[in-house]
Ligand binder design. Structure first.
Ligand SMILES: [Ca+2]
Length: 178
């Protein structure tokens, strides 16, 4: 760690704390487009934003947004929480039941590779948005014991299909002791 700078250490055990509301925070994550031309983007108002909608059309996409490496080797009961929102109104029901907006954990991902070549385990999101553009807290998603390693990563996977897509926005991603 670099010393100085007057940074106050977080209280308790915080392993990752990224707002995604500034470019440097966003740039610590990596993204990978498995399908579709649309990709995860940065917005200082909304955080990390993904949509399969372009030119008045919804396109099929599969896009992953992956945290930097998180060292959980000394953790006890680490949980991830984040805030997320969706819209617009006409798309609020798109893909929720089908799992278009999901979170996953691994200890074996390498940046720049297709996430489908890595083994991930889903971390079911406890709370999904129900009102357009209103952020809700995901709830505390417990990271299973086998992934409490020095090279843990968590990913957000977005899906859309031709003819149906929503916008998914994520900010304030935190991994800490429960
Ligand atoms: Ca894509």
């Amino acid at each position: 760690m670099l010393e100085g700078g007057g940074v106050t250490p977080p209280v308790g055990n915080v392993y990752l704390n990224e707002t995604l509301l500034n470019q440097s925070s966003f740039d610590k994550f990596s993204s990978y487009s498995v399908a579709g031309d649309q990709v995860w983007g940065f917005d200082s108002r909304y955080g990390a934003v993904m949509s399969g909608y372009a030119d008045n059309t919804s396109y099929a996409n599969e896009d992953w947004f992956v945290t930097p490496v998180i060292d959980l080797s000394a953790s006890t009961n680490p949980v991830i929480t984040f805030e997320h929102a969706r819209g617009p109104e006409s798309s609020m029901s798109v893909g929720v039941a089908e799992g278009y907006y999901s979170a996953w954990v691994t200890n074996g991902y390498t940046n720049g590779t297709d996430p489908n070549q890595t083994t991930w385990v889903e971390l079911p999101i406890l709370n999904h948005p129900t009102v357009k553009w209103q952020y809700v807290n995901s709830g505390e998603l417990l990271i299973p014991a086998e992934y409490r390693t020095a090279n843990c990563r968590i990913a957000f996977r977005y899906l859309s299909i031709d003819g149906a897509s929503a916008t998914w926005e994520i900010k304030n991603v935190t991994v800490k002791e429960q």
